[in-house]
Design a binder for this molecule. Sequence first.
Ligand SMILES: *Cc1c(COP(=O)(O)O)cnc(C)c1O
Length: 346
Amino acid sequence: MIDLRSDTVTQPTDGMRQAMVQAPVGDDVLGDDPTVNALEAYVAELLGKEAAVYMPSGTMTNQVALRSHTQPGDEILLESEAHIYYYEGGGPAALSGVSCRLLPGDGGAFTAAEVERHLRPVDPHFPRARLVCVENTHNRSGGRIFPLETIREIAQVCQQHDLQLHMDGARFWNACIATGISESVYAEPFDTLSVCFSKGLGAPVGSALVGSAEQMVKARRFRKMFGGGMRQAGMIAAGALYALQYQRDRLAEDHENAQRLARGLQGMKGVVIDPATVETNIVNFEVPGQPAAEVVKELAQQGVAVLATGPQRIRAVTNLMVTRGQVDQAVEAIAQTVGGTVPAFR
Ligand SMILES: *Cc1c(COP(=O)(O)O)cnc(C)c1O
């Protein structure tokens, strides 16, 4: 099976498994796990922040961040299809008691002016706006990059209005590799960032929240409250540390493969795609006139796994497990399924 459903399907590599088996461990809730401590120190330094907290998932990392920045009744501002709002089970309302003020996005990005336009006066009638969340890269819009210049303008507005700024950086590594901007420069405007080890990086488990030492003390408390305190977590943290050190640069291959897939689909009969929107490792395309769910089923029979993310929309995500040759095979299978012909590669 050529598995393009997500970059979460990756298997640990041999070197990673070795590192995991050999990792020294301790009780992480008591602060004793040397491998978790090493991972947290490494990721904090990489992002130019004081501290980090390792957690079981990106969802928990985001939700702990929200809880640590807000009080019940507060409001957070984020893009209308942001993962925190769209895919986290109503977590903001259930776990933090906050309401979400949704901003219109263009490829997942919104402007500082849009943030200002949605801020209301400090007045007992209105919820207290406390936090702005940026998603980079943006999942629903197909791995689009949130431009650093725009982020800096948003950070200024946040400062003027006493708002915190959080990045949902599940695919932050992809944004850094694609733009050539270092992690610490990209992270500088943020109070907290959530970064993931189990997507494109290929580790089996975990994300980290990164920020000031003071903020991470709060986060550690909410991680425990939400049930995310782990014991000999060095076993899995070792995979994350290995991924950061040895599997980060290769994300460029995933981006090349995504471009190759997009070019292969461009001009194909029955497919609508704009390759200019493919900036990292996610390829969204439309199959007008055919139910996406049916196309997905037929492709699975041909050994290509993709996801339907809308009635006529399909998502394919290049990853560590998929070679360039397999991308070409996937293009061929899609051409056969939607009834088009395979165009020559440009
Ligand atoms: C996958 C993802 C998450 C959540 O990660 P999990 O580890 O699956 O909980 C958060 N934000 C974005 C943008 C994601 O793509």
